[in-house]
Design a protein around this ligand. Structure first.
Ligand code: NAP
Ligand code: MN
Length: 263
């Protein structure tokens, strides 16, 4: 089995990364940063998000597992004290794989033939540097509403506990192949009206955002922020691809939610 280890870059995480590398090599596994079967991240969810994007060209052949060093660690659910245990698991036992849905985003432009395609593990947000955004929202090819406000957030089920949660979105179980649309401070009055509630869309219910006049947006994909000019539309739907996590013990989603947010 081929593995790679990534680190947040702080001393603790770098130290753990080195330990994991030498343990796994001693166990006869091969370090391969280009084509790993398993990617072990040390840091927090941010580190796992980064690794997801670094290896997004081989999602079908890569499993992720995360260790958290002093951060929340919703994805990264192993603790530093458990590293030896985890390493032995990786080296000696076949592991289970769980698959979570991803969000596909295609941004199309007025001045370009080809659009840009992105995959998000947590979410995509659309904002403006100029103030509010005005977007026609289409669902499954039908006009739904015109949104005016700070921005919009489209999240995956596993990303529903991140930004989406702060916007009052629901927490969705990752077994639901879906995406969630949440508003950021919509303007609601006699003139402007939106539904106001987060919407959960199943597979194949594409959500299309079409700018009304301003066409320059700040679009985030997980931890990545980009300025996009001349935007014609932003298409969001459940991706065909999935992310794979290596599971060495049962750690049900609702238990992770409870331990992260309630306990
Ligand atoms: P960050 O600012 O360090 O992340 C914010 C927090 O979200 C961190 O505590 C992070 O955990 C946690 N987190 C990430 N993914 C999560 C998930 N799926 N469920 C629950 N918590 C999660 O930046 P980052 O680490 O690069 O993460 C980027 C993410 O930050 C974005 O995808 C977005 O979801 C989130 N964000 C949230 C808000 C908000 O809530 N108002 C605003 C902007 C961005 P770790 O500490 O373990 O990294
Ligand atoms: Mn972080």
């Amino acid at each position: 089995m081929k593995f790679a280890v990534t680190s947040r870059g702080d001393t603790t995480s770098n130290g753990l990364k080195q330990n994991i590398k030498s343990y796994l090599t001693e166990f006869g596994l091969t370090l391969d940063e280009q084509e790993p079967d398993i990617v072990i991240t040390v840091g927090g969810d941010g580190t796992l998000l980064q690794a997801f994007h670094d290896y997004n060209y081989r999602l079908e052949d890569t499993c992720f597992v995360g260790i958290h060093t002093g951060h929340l660690g919703f994805y990264a659910d192993w603790m530093p004290e458990e590293v030896e245990k985890l390493v032995i698991h990786i080296a000696k036992t076949p592991f289970k794989v769980v698959e979570y849905p991803l969000l596909e985003v295609i941004v199309r432009y007025h001045d370009r033939v080809r659009g840009e395609r992105y995959l998000a593990l947590n979410e995509c947000t659309v904002k403006s540097s100029e103030g509010t955004i005005v977007m026609d929202i289409e669902i499954k090819g039908e006009y739904f509403e015109t949104f005016r406000g700070d921005g919009l957030c489209l999240s995956t089920p596993s990303g529903s506990t991140a930004y989406n949660k702060a916007l009052g979105g629901a927490i969705l179980h990752p077994s639901l192949d879906s995406i969630q649309l949440a508003e950021m401070a919509s303007i609601n009055n006699r003139v402007y009206r939106t539904v106001g509630s987060p919407l959960v869309l199943p597979q194949h219910h594409t959500c299309m955002l079409r700018p009304q006049s301003d066409t320059d947006f700040i679009i985030t994909i997980d931890h990545l922020t980009m300025m996009h000019n001349n935007v014609k539309s932003i298409q969001c739907r459940v991706a065909d691809e999935k992310v794979r996590f290596a599971r060495f013990r049962p750690f049900p989603f609702w238990k992770r939610v409870r331990e992260s947010f309630v306990e």
